[in-house]
Design a protein around this ligand. Sequence first.
Ligand code: ADP
Ligand code: MG
Length: 264
Amino acid sequence: MSELVISGLKATVGGSEILRGVDLTVRSGEVHAVMGPNGAGKSTLSHVLMGKPGYDVTGGSVTLDDADLLSMETWERAQAGLFLGMQYPTEVPGVSLDAMLRASFVASGRTPEEVTDRVLVEAGRIGFDEKFLTRPLNVDLSGGEKKRNETLQLGVLAPQIAILDELDSGLDVDALRMVARRVKAATTEGDGPLGVLVITHYSRLLEELQPDHVHVLAKGQILASGGPELATELESTGYAGYAEEEEEPSGPVEFDPFGEPHGV
Ligand code: ADP
Ligand code: MG
């Protein structure tokens, strides 16, 4: 069993404080959904957890099974069992998906003989076209194909804890169902049940994933937590209750082509 414990996490990027004390614990077999307005810091949280360069952690701690995640390199975090499905998966010309998966699989201490079968089985489970295996990683893939690619990697590598940033973006309804079912299955089957932290705006993904906990990340903090009913509530209320205090608009009034004519 694994446990990712985030406590009081503060981080800045480009000189501004984006995370202002995030507390969240994700255990094996649990599904946590993080929702929140655009620019709230959801992707920043995912990047800081995985160790993407350019972010400065200014406070708090993150541990994975009592190991200090923040002192590790990104590859060490991956080896420790953390996985990130990125909102915008990186294109890597010159490296095929197959080669990347093989290298990651072996680096995690498993035998290369196992990987081919695993890849084919996983591709079938989510309807991912095998032709992408030999093409450069993510290059010229549609948004939805990239998300299937991320899910394929998740299935093959079988991490302990997965952060899935807007896994649903770009997926059509059928692909969304397949991908969500694959992730959900990982939380109950395999070498160890997967713990999931999924970032999303839409309840359709959550209907399939059935989160145990739903959190609202706004103003750089988890401002509310609840069960699945919180996602349903947000669908109708939006994030008005969690918004930054906005200043009165002071700029020039925009020209309205359908407005009343003046001076004619
Ligand atoms: P979201 O919750 O929509 O995923 P992000 O975590 O992507 O939000 O972004 C949070 C805030 O941090 C936004 O205001 C964004 O403009 C800002 N931000 C993200 N990356 C950088 C960067 N490299 N430099 C400056 N600001 C950044
Ligand atoms: Mg984001």
